[in-house]
Design a protein around this ligand. Structure first.
Ligand code: GDP
Length: 296
């Protein structure tokens, strides 16, 4: 991921550095190229525009052009703008509450929601020593609940026993009760996904959120879907108070637009990146590292 964006930006910056002294029009020309590179990487248009406007202003407004290494300074400005666009700080989960903390996972079917639920449960169990209970509220897709139970067995994390025919809100209630009574620190609710955003799914999700009052509502989106991922995020965030985003398939050859636009469009931080099918393929999202990778 980010390879072609990184190559494009690398070319722009090499030319800037090679020039030595810089004029305002050199900077403007370079920023136009940055804008094209961002759009080619599938960054949402308003996000790319705002990014370039800000970076241009910073580069021209300060004493950058008169400095000894103007090219270098411009690269730094772009780096800082990238970090800001990605969301300046790495964000941990808000689970330091009176237990059980409730983490609700939402997203479209196939986005990697169930896998990510298990990945986060595994991380909380092994890294943070939390006692985690997972419950699947997906009564639409046959075997969704069994899928989570199987993952639970693999990672040695408890799952709520399946009661056939029970509806999502009732499963959520039962899960909350079980988590309280059995002293779990974190309850993870894996909600149903649909192929498209639809109102029935949204209503079901809102009903669950109302009774479970989650500490975190994490949206799982597939980074390979580019601009669509951003639209999906926008739709979900209009309906429930998301607290963060998990981008899956960051190991694939996505161009990066989803990662780069997500924060600006939803106002929510990317908290984790899924980097493979294995259950330990989950990384905390570090904007400065990602910016560093893009700028080489
Ligand atoms: P759900 O329908 O949203 O619950 O999706 P699943 O969790 O069942 O995942 C769908 C497929 O995507 C599975 O084959 C997962 O192994 C795969 N998957 C999930 N996350 C990632 C990821 O970060 N990278 C890769 N390469 N595959 C993933």
């Amino acid at each position: 991921m980010f390879e072609s964006l990184s190559d494009r930006l690398g070319g722009v910056f090499d030319r800037l550095r090679g020039r030595g002294a810089l004029t305002e029009s050199d900077v403007r020309a370079a920023m136009r190229e940055v804008r094209v590179a961002l759009l080619e990487a599938d960054v949402a248009l308003p996000v790319a525009r705002q990014f370039v406007d800000r970076a241009t202003e910073a580069a021209i407004g300060q004493n950058v052009l008169r400095s000894v290494t103007p090219g270098q300074q411009v690269v730094k400005i772009v780096n800082d703008a990238l970090v800001e666009m990605l969301g300046a700080d790495e964000s941990e989960l808000e689970i330091g509450v009176t237990p059980p903390a409730v983490v609700m996972m939402v997203g479209l079917q196939g986005s990697g929601k169930t896998t990510t639920t298990a990945k986060i449960a595994k991380r909380l169990t092994s890294r943070d020593r939390k006692k985690v209970l997972m419950a699947s509220l997906d009564v639409n897709r046959p075997a969704a609940q069994e899928q989570l139970a199987t993952l639970g067995t693999q990672i040695e994390v408890a799952t709520l026993p399946i009661v056939a025919g029970q509806q999502p809100v009732d499963i959520a209630r039962r899960a909350m009760q079980a988590a309280k009574l059995q002293g779990f620190d974190v309850l993870m609710l894996d909600t149903a996904g649909r192929l498209h955003v639809d109102q029935a799914l949204m209503d079901e999700m809102k009903a669950v959120a109302d009774i479970a009052t989650p500490n975190e509502i994490l949206l799982v989106v597939d980074s390979l879907t580019g601009q669509d991922a951003v639209n999906v995020a926008q739709n979900f965030s209009d309906q429930v108070p998301l607290t963060g985003v998990v981008l899956t398939r960051m190991d694939g050859d996505a161009r990066g637009g989803a990662a780069l636009s997500m924060r600006a469009v939803t106002g929510k931080p990317i908290k984790f990146a899924g980097t493979g099918e294995k259950l330990d393929a989950l990384e905390a999202f570090h904007p400065s590292r990602v910016a560093g990778r893009i700028l080489g």
